[in-house]
Design a protein around this ligand. Sequence first.
Ligand code: ZN
Length: 191
Amino acid sequence: MPYICELSPGHHIYLDNQGGQTIVTLSSHAAGQQQQSSSSITTGTWVAPPQAFRVGGGVVFKIPTVQGDRFIQVQGSSLGMLPEMPPLASLQQMQVQQTASTPMQPMQPMQPMQPMQPMQPMQPMQMGNMRMSMNPMEMQMGNMEMRMGSVTAVASTPADSLPKPRQFCSQCGAKVEAGDRFCSACGHALG
Ligand SMILES: [Zn+2]
């Protein structure tokens, strides 16, 4: 479940944990336009909801993971990992709420996929509500589905492997093959 933190009116940061990745989506409304950008950072799996602290003009997220606390600093549109929490005196805790979903545009979910070379290509993969498998290339995300490659090769069976229906000559009753035009026994025109 993603979390949302309001940095300032119209400027939100979404955090989501998918696999061992923390997906950070910066979202801002300005002059009627919405801008979003997502980055993914390897943090490990969360074990508790993230906390947010205002530091200077930015935010530091404290994310408890299976590998210990991770600190992600967001300053303007740039973000990065911090080795440790900044001094407590300068911190002002901010509210972080659960939200139903991140405001991702259809093409953006591809971005978190990039740092995943170690994956075994043949294994179906599950990340949150996103599912992906290879051969044929197939991706599902929520109720969205994408497929690449030759779907027909998978869906249809080659004609050779189909059993040919056996027919009989209407004239003499001899067995004839489906493709035959004339009966081999009596020469009757079939069809
Ligand atoms: Zn015949």
